[in-house]
Design a protein around this ligand. Structure first.
Ligand SMILES: [Zn+2]
Length: 105
């Protein structure tokens, strides 16, 4: 039985393989809201982490005003303000999936 949620998730996974896409780019690409993209991401992260041949990568959010990077942030969504300068010009994180070289020796 086809499952729409499952299908869109597969499509997003394909769409970010070998590249980086923000939630905004994905929402326009797949015709879903950014909120829905954010909702799919934890599931995608989980299924990729189970797969030894692939790796989930995330380019962290950063502050446009002072250059602060949210490297330690574990949530996948965009933070609302910068802890360093309190600026609100925060870039959105981008997501990607890399193929991992499996070194079998
Ligand atoms: Zn800042």
């Amino acid at each position: 039985m086809p499952d729409d949620q499952f299908t869109i998730r597969q499509q997003i996974m394909q769409g970010i393989t070998g590249t980086l896409r923000s939630a905004r780019e994905l929402s326009s690409q797949f015709g879903i809201s950014q909120r829905q993209v954010d909702g799919h991401m934890p599931h995608i992260l989980r299924s990729v982490s189970r797969d030894k041949s692939r790796r989930f990568v995330m380019e962290p959010s950063g502050c446009h005003e002072c250059g602060y990077e949210f490297l330690t942030r574990t949530r996948l969504t965009r933070p609302s303000r910068c802890p360093q300068c309190r600026g609100k010009q925060i870039s959105t994180p981008r997501y990607g999936i890399e193929h991992r070289e499996l070194k079998g020796k």
